[in-house]
Design a protein around this ligand. Structure first.
Ligand code: GLU
Length: 291
């Protein structure tokens, strides 16, 4: 019986770059050091943006790096029913509400609010939702849903936090300001987050939390850009009665100008580096995991 379970969870919407290589290699190394196993999860809930050839390329690139994982691979697009069940549990607790506005309508609301002083942004720099749809009556919600209007399901953050009580997580890596140890979760910084949409019946947050629990993940090892997302993940775990993994957020590999790598920048793509003659050992060295 393995005691620790780790996972690498890429999205097949482009080719892997050095940042993914670092995350995958670190997961692989930590699983080995901790006597655990590594799982692979394909995060393809954004079905139109994900492509089978990118998924194939992920397997090929990871094998080339010398990484092995325990089968079966979990492909999120095959498990929408699991996410719907979690949505149902949150709805039964009265914690979700539909919001019918388009992105453009929300942007216009925010522009208006910004004129009266800076409207707050979430940790990713996106304006938090102004919560207008919370004021719709139950009858109005029903009428618009029945009429087939598209909507997003949002988490009523204050009610959710009141139900869950104060939350923390155990951080063995480091946050953006070097935080480690016991971290106080601050899900309120995200406002009323979207948990499902008509065209994407789950969200990254919900699917990641449900899958980490279903796959028995004990150690979440991922980039520091997801550090504050952990606040939302802890909240969802508490509301859904799911176990709490430990978290290890790692540094990001940056380009020469200090920017986060993107899937479209060829210079740091694993395929491009391999074509230029780089070996898996070179990749390890490039990301600071050389031995
Ligand atoms: N799919 C996410 C990404 O590619 C990783 C999510 C996670 O590790 O929780 O950035």
């Amino acid at each position: 019986m393995y005691s620790r379970i780790l996972r690498f969870a890429p999205s097949p919407n482009g080719h892997l770059h050095l940042g993914h290589a670092y995350s995958a290699l670190l997961n692989y190394d930590m699983a080995r050091e901790r006597g655990g196993r590594l799982l692979l999860r394909i995060e393809d809930i954004d079905v139109p943006r994900c492509r089978p050839e990118f998924e194939e390329a992920i397997y090929e690139d990871l094998r080339w790096l010398g990484i092995s994982w325990q089968e079966p691979v979990r492909r999120q697009s095959e498990h929408f029913a699991d996410y719907a069940a979690a949505i149902g549990k949150l709805e039964a607790q009265g914690l979700l509400y539909p919001s019918f506005e388009s992105r453009a309508e929300i942007a216009a609301m925010v522009a208006d609010l910004d004129r009266h002083g800076g409207w707050p942004r979430d940790p990713d720099g996106v304006p938090i939702y102004p919560c207008r749809a919370r004021r719709l009556s139950a009858a109005e919600r029903r009428r618009r849903r029945d009429a087939g209007e598209p909507f997003a399901l949002r988490l009523a953050m204050d009610a959710a936090m009141a139900r869950a009580g104060p939350l923390t997580w155990a951080e063995t890596g480091a946050g953006p300001q070097g935080q480690s140890g016991t971290i106080t979760a601050a899900p309120q910084r995200w406002g009323d987050v979207v948990l499902a949409r008509k065209d994407m019946p789950t969200s990254y947050h919900l699917a990641a939390v449900v899958d980490d629990a279903l796959q028995g993940v004990t150690d979440v090892v991922r980039g520091v850009d997801l550090f504050w997302s952990t606040s939302v993940h802890r909240l969802l775990q508490a509301l859904l009665g799911l176990p709490e993994p430990t978290y290890h957020h790692h540094k990001l590999i940056l380009d020469e100008e200090g920017r986060k790598l993107s899937k479209s920048t060829q210079a740091t793509g694993l395929r491009e580096l391999r074509a230029k003659g780089a070996t898996p050992r070179d990749i390890r060295r490039m990301v600071g995991l050389g031995r």
